[in-house]
Each structure stands twice: as structure tokens, then as C-alpha cells.
Ligand binder design. Structure first.
Ligand code: CTP
Ligand code: CA
Length: 229
């Protein structure tokens, strides 16, 4: 990362980052989850500390060493993540949703372990929608001072889908990953495009997640100050 680590361009800023993937319980021992390792979110936390930020890392089901200098808040379900992010984001300068959030959760959580019985078909799992945490954080306009950053993993038409998602979510920056072919999830490297609301695109070549993290902070630092209506 060369000179970068010594550039304190996030000094005085409080950044809040979510990492990992949420889990939605089916019963006391089972859950619906996803493949996110949390590595990109942790890379964001480490690089933000290196650039002088005060960092809160809301970590959903990760198994990674705590980044030195960051405050780590462990969570598991989407509701816990929403509460932790909403609380930490009030008064923050930058909010980054790098976590993979479950879009759906089981409508009912069994109080005891679900048992199988011979000759009895299993019950279908009924799902309901989870709230959109990023859209909620971005919608706190009329006083929202924070730069809000989202992530999106897309398998097709990554740029067009990303543009549409940036508008739909109401965030300031969207980091679009093209996934498939074993890329992104759980790997050490990442390739992405950082979109802003002015039509800008920063292409980050395939490389370490720290490089993508630094490109995200470059884009955050370049964001114009928010003009409140
Ligand atoms: N996100 C969120 N809350 C959700 C779902 C997603 O905050 N309930 C955030 C993710 O953390 C990410 C961004 O929204 O920063 C985009 O996630 P993605 O899954 O790509 O978007 P969705 O709106 O869920 O669209 P899709 O149907 O393509 O999954
Ligand atoms: Ca989703």
C-alpha cells in the first residue's frame, strides 16, 4: 500500500462499516445464511484505521482477527445488524454496508429443534422480506451528514444493474462486483467498479481487497460536501 498508509485523509471522521453475512434462525440450531467471509469489510476497517478514521466495525458471523484500533460490534441476524448500524450511524461521517444481508427470513422460528419423522413430509419453509438496511440508512435525509456506501454483487450486466441499484437505494456510492467463476466470495482478491451519483466510475483492477478498500476511501474523500435542502 506504499505511501497510502501514511496519508491521514480520514482523520477526524467516524466511519461505520458492516461486514460478514447475516444468519436467520429456523430453529435453535439451524439458520439460513450466505457465503460472505467478511474479508472485504475487514479490509475496509484496517485501511480506514490506517488513514486516520475512528472505525466502528459491525461484524455479522465472521471468524477473522479484530482489526487493531477498530471498535468491533458482533451481530448475527439482520435485525441485530439493522439495530447496530442504525445506532452507530447516527452522528457518523461515513457508513459502508459491506455485509451480505439476508433478503428473506423464516416467517416462523421453531422454539424447539425441528425433528424428522418417518413417513411425514417436511414442512415447507415460509419466508418473509427483511428490511433494507442500506436504503433505510440512506433515506435519513434532511440532516444526514454521512456519505453512504453500498456494495452489490451482480452476475449479469453489472454496470447497468449497479447504476439502477445506486438510484434505488439512494446511497452516494455503490461498489459493484461482478461475481461468478469463483470470484469475490471468500477469496483474497477482488475486482470492482465504484459508482457515484454524478455518473463517475472508478475501475479497480483484480487485486487485494485492501486495494479495493483504498479505492473506496479515495471515492469517499472525493465526494462533494452534502448540500442540505
Ligand atoms: N442490503 C441491506 N439490506 C438488505 C439487503 C441488502 O442493507 N435487506 C445492502 C447490502 O449490504 C449491500 C446493498 O444493500 O450494500 C446491495 O445488496 P444487494 O443484495 O445487491 O441488493 P438487493 O437490494 O438485496 O437486491 P437483489 O435483489 O439483487 O439481491
Ligand atoms: Ca440481496
Amino acid at each position: 500500500r506504499g505511501e497510502r498508509a501514511f496519508e491521514q485523509d480520514l482523520a477526524g471522521r467516524h466511519v461505520v462499516i458492516s461486514a460478514g453475512g447475516t444468519r436467520e434462525p429456523l430453529d435453535p440450531v439451524r439458520f439460513l445464511g450466505n457465503q460472505s467471509s467478511g474479508k472485504q469489510g475487514y479490509a475496509l476497517a484496517r485501511t480506514a484505521v490506517a488513514r486516520g478514521a475512528r472505525v466502528t466495525l459491525v461484524a455479522a458471523n465472521t471468524a477473522l482477527p479484530d482489526p487493531a484500533g477498530a471498535t468491533v460490534v458482533p451481530v448475527s441476524t439482520t435485525e441485530e445488524l439493522r439495530e447496530a448500524m442504525t445506532g452507530a450511524a447516527s452522528g457518523a461521517d461515513v457508513v459502508v454496508m459491506a455485509a451480505a444481508v439476508a433478503d428473506f427470513r423464516p416467517a416462523r422460528v421453531a422454539t424447539g429443534k425441528i425433528k424428522k419423522r418417518d413417513g411425514v413430509e417436511p414442512e415447507p419453509v415460509v419466508l418473509e422480506r427483511n428490511p433494507d438496511i442500506l436504503a433505510g440508512l440512506a433515506a435519513r435525509h434532511g440532516g444526514r451528514a454521512a456519505v453512504v456506501v453500498g456494495f452489490a454483487a451482480e452476475t449479469e450486466d453489472a454496470l447497468a444493474s449497479g447504476r439502477a441499484k445506486l438510484v434505488r437505494k439512494g446511497c452516494d456510492l455503490l461498489v459493484v462486483n461482478e461475481v461468478g467463476g469463483g470470484r469475490a466470495f471468500g477469496t483474497e482478491d477482488n475486482e470492482a467498479v465504484v459508482l457515484d451519483t454524478r455518473g463517475g466510475e472508478r475501475h479497480v483492477p483484480y487485486g487485494p481487497k485492501e486495494d479495493l478498500a483504498d479505492a473506496v476511501w479515495d471515492a469517499v474523500v472525493a465526494e462533494p460536501p452534502r448540500v442540505e435542502p
